[in-house]
Design a protein around this ligand. Structure first.
Ligand code: SAM
Length: 336
């Protein structure tokens, strides 16, 4: 049954024109953010929102249509998703959608400590917390927030609440020295926590910073390997991240290198913006408005058909290595 009582018709796996199985939806639930990360929204988010974000009902219908197309994994992102007062209800609604097996959330962690237990109870299976430095001053410089302690407390609360997968996402920026790397990796020694290092991506707004501050993933790979971390086999359903393990650590490390060749070969996702636009690629220029079909359950079959027809146009790869970031001004608008 759908959230509103209709019958679910299960459809085949969705495959794009290049034969990639798509089963992972990244859904932005707001374009509002309370941080000012230097590479994303250094001036804070624009005063006016891009538009009214999808309502709980619209999100439920969207999740049901994607589930009907074989999608089983949904990650809620933004903007900052925890700024939505109904974020736990959103998690509950998506997690309760037949066919959806894994709901994740990406957050800056600022509000996490107070809501970790409720998110877990709502059915959250995976939490990614963005944290680019464990040094309070550097954290402040990067995010505009002096509250590193709140983020660390949030991660500790998520682990204590028993959220099954907790990952810390660290954007690689020049200035991240070996001491900082050591602090992040030390965290994985006892905790079954994954720390993932993400290569900075160029967007329409951050070109100058990108050229100045980019720290290539290859440098981090060499460092990890020199410290005894080894590449782990990929799990079914894994995206483009590479995981590393170490005999002395309970947790893992990971590397997301958007500039490496073949990065998009394992792309398994589609994105929907906070106002209901389907994006076939984070850096692509196609936007297909799904919102007109989200007003009621009657639009479900048409919505599924529209998504199915659209994915034939999913690009083979982004053009980042050639300096093309499409119309993506920053990742907050689309949902990073
Ligand atoms: N506010 C939430 C957060 O902080 O995690 C979710 C949205 S944020 C856009 C999602 C992730 O994208 C964060 O880990 C952030 O560091 C990352 N991000 C934003 N801009 C980026 C860029 N240009 N290159 C690489 N990662 C970026």
């Amino acid at each position: 049954m759908t959230a509103s009582g209709g019958t679910i018709s299960t459809r085949r796996t969705l495959r794009d024109g290049l034969g990639r199985d798509l089963h992972y939806l990244r859904l932005s639930v707001t374009d509002r953010c309370n941080f000012r990360c230097v590479y994303c929204l250094p001036q804070g988010c624009p005063k006016a929102a891009a538009g009214q974000p999808l309502s709980l009902g619209e999100i439920g219908r969207l999740a049901s249509a994607f589930a009907g197309l074989g999608f089983w994994k949904v990650r809620l992102t933004g903007g900052e998703p925890t700024l939505r007062p109904d974020i736990c209800d959103v998690v509950r609604r998506v997690a309760g959608t037949p066919g959806i097996r894994r709901v994740g959330l990406t957050t800056n962690g600022y509000r996490l400590a107070a809501m970790a237990a409720e998110l877990r109870e709502a059915g959250l299976k995976s939490l990614n917390v963005s944290l680019d430095s464990l040094d309070p001053e550097r954290f402040h410089e990067i995010t505009g927030s002096p509250h590193l302690d709140r983020i660390v407390a949030g991660i500790e609360a998520a682990l204590a609440a028993g959220i099954p997968s907790v990952k810390v996402n660290v954007v690689l920026l020049r200035g991240m020295d070996d001491r900082e790397l050591g602090r992040f990796l030390a965290w994985t020694r006892k905790e079954s926590l994954t720390v993932r290092f993400i290569e900075l991506m160029e967007t329409g707004d951050n070109g100058a910073l990108f050229r100045r501050a980019r720290l290539p993933a290859a440098e981090m790979r060499r460092k990890l390997e020199s410290l005894g971390w080894t590449k782990l086999p990929r799990d079914a359903g894994d995206g483009p991240a590479t995981s590393y393990g170490h005999p002395g650590h309970a947790g893992r490390a990971g590397l997301i290198s958007a500039y490496s060749s073949g990065f998009c070969d394992s792309c398994n996702r589609l994105r929907v913006s906070s106002t209901g636009d389907l994006r076939l690629c984070l850096f692509g220029d196609q936007m297909i408005s799904l919102r007109p079909l989200l007003h009621g359950d009657a639009g479900r079959a048409e919505l599924m058909d529209l998504i199915e027809r659209s994915v034939t146009r999913k690009p083979q790869a982004h053009g980042l290595a050639a300096g093309r970031c499409g119309p993506t001004a920053n990742l907050a608008t689309t949902g990073g």
